[in-house]
Design a protein around this ligand. Structure first.
Ligand code: LLP
Length: 449
């Protein structure tokens, strides 16, 4: 897990490149994304083994920046949205409605209009299916059904350093229609009552790199496809685990995909129907393409001759406002200290055991938790840092800019830059103007207090 010798560059940022990012973004903190890395992960997903055709959908919740959406779109990758707002955001960025599917915890109020525009809605609960049916009764409207297949994968394990809460199948998960309501006739009766046409089955079980689990899920999910002969595609969701840290394995998509593709072939033999496959990864496409670039702005010690349980704390100028995963899940992201001057020859080789914390007035704003234990701090050996040095947090492409406490302590949202393989740096989101944080607040009339 921990680097024995201090690294002189992050996953993709050399000191010089990190400095260029800082110049383009107008200071730290910022998120940098590697176009080369996005390209490689896109290549791998587009090569996912399949029998009769594949649609890759980018789960845009992982990192919703419009430039990233447009890049994936240019590669022939469609979009998976998780709210009506995400659908509208993708459309505003130029993604055609028919390239967007929606699997949401709530049907957006404008779902009828979205369907008419071509957005593919997967109903994720019985009440969603009822509402959909009422809106499109007897129109043979095509619909998707998200099923909870009763198995989950991923989730908490204190020995799994890449931990995230992605176990979204099984009886403890509220996502999707419980499979027994699909197989006992309840869901088919609703479909029939409203004269709908089930075109798509969707299952997403969480994260896992075990081929046996993917095969089991594919077989189970295909059994739901057998219920309606109108089904033309099966979406197996996302959840391909990536190794953010050097000792963690990234899912081998060929290894997990091959038995899945075989299951599609078996289905075709048995039922005479060749189903298209859809996958919708978020993490896999963007996690290791992103890094948070911050500055060490303070170093605080609680070590003294009278106590041996003190620590040296490094304080970043970023925190849970930018990357929430360590303080929410106890997720481990690699941190590399680069020299503040931007010159690699300034890199020292001394290592110091430190606890890295964020800039919020909040003891939970911890950047180096114990794996899986967000509240327990852990010391990490890092290159001895001076104030002003750059600290790069890798693995920050997925669920970081898109999922953080954002404006806690009134910190503005950090800018985002895209780094090309030639080292060009492009601004893809400006730093938020602090006034934007409170511009929607309203005054109460005089006399209320
Ligand atoms: N499709 C559906 C229906 C999903 O619910 C998700 C993620 C995905 C696709 C993409 O899954 P991925 O490939 O990114 O694992 N905040 C957590 C991850 C939450 C994932 C929720 N659903 C994290 O920081 O790891």
């Amino acid at each position: 897990l921990l680097r024995a010798t201090p690294a002189t560059s992050s996953n993709f940022l050399t000191p010089e490149l990190a400095q260029s990012c800082i110049d383009v973004a107008g200071g730290t903190p910022l998120y940098a994304y590697s176009l080369d890395s996005l390209a490689k992960s896109a290549d791998a997903c587009l090569a996912f083994p399949n029998a009769y055709g594949l649609t890759v959908r980018y789960a845009m919740k992982a990192c919703p920046n419009g430039t990233i959406l447009k890049y994936f779109l240019s590669r022939g990758i469609c979009i998976d949205a998780s709210s009506g707002y995400e659908v509208r955001r993708a459309m505003d960025m130029g993604v055609p409605a028919e390239k967007i599917s929606l699997s949401s915890q709530e049907l957006p109020t404008d779902f009828e209009e979205l369907v008419k525009l071509g957005v593919k809605i997967n109903c994720c609960s019985i009440s969603q299916l009822e509402r959909f049916g009422e809106a499109f009764a007897n129109t043979s409207q095509k619909v998707g059904v998200r099923v909870n297949p009763g198995v989950g994968s991923g989730g908490f394990s204190s020995s799994t350093t890449g931990f995230s809460k992605t176990n979204v199948g099984g009886p403890s998960s509220s996502f999707g229609i419980w499979h027994e309501f699909v197989t006992d006739g309840t869901v088919p009766a609703i479909v029939e009552k409203y004269g709908l046409e089930v075109e798509r089955i969707h299952t997403h079980i969480g994260s896992g790199s075990d081929p046996a689990i993917w095969q089991q899920t594919a077989k189970l999910s295909l059994s739901f496809c057998a219920i309606w002969d109108t089904v033309t595609s099966l979406n197996l969701g996302g959840g391909y685990k990536v190794g953010r840290n050097p000792d963690e394995k990234t899912t081998d998509l060929i290894e997990i995909g091959s038995p899945v593709a075989d299951a599609f072939k078996d289905f075709a033999k048995e039922h005479g129907r060749e189903l298209k496959m859809e996958i919708e990864p978020g993490t896999y496409l963007v996690a290791n393409a992103g890094a948070l670039v911050t500055k060490i702005q303070d170093k605080v010690s609680t070590k003294s001759s009278s106590s041996d349980d003190g620590h040296i704390f490094l304080k970043m100028d970023a925190g849970m406002t930018d990357v929430l995963r360590p303080s929410l899940y106890g997720a481990i992201h690699p941190i590399t200290i680069l020299p503040g001057s931007g010159k690699s020859e300034d890199i020292g080789t001394d290592v110091e055991s430190v606890v890295v914390v964020g800039h919020c007035c909040e003891s939970g704003d911890l950047m180096t938790p114990k794996p899986g234990e967000p509240e327990a701090l852990e010391e990490r050996p890092l290159r001895t840092a001076e104030l002003g040095d750059i600290a790069v947090m890798d693995g920050s492409g997925a669920y970081c800019a898109g999922m953080s406490t954002k404006n806690y302590n009134s910190f503005p949202e950090s800018p985002e830059v895209l780094v090309t393989a030639d080292g060009e740096v492009h601004l893809i989101r400006k730093r938020q103007d602090p006034k934007q944080i409170y511009e929607n607040e309203c005054d109460v009339p005089d006399g209320v207090f």
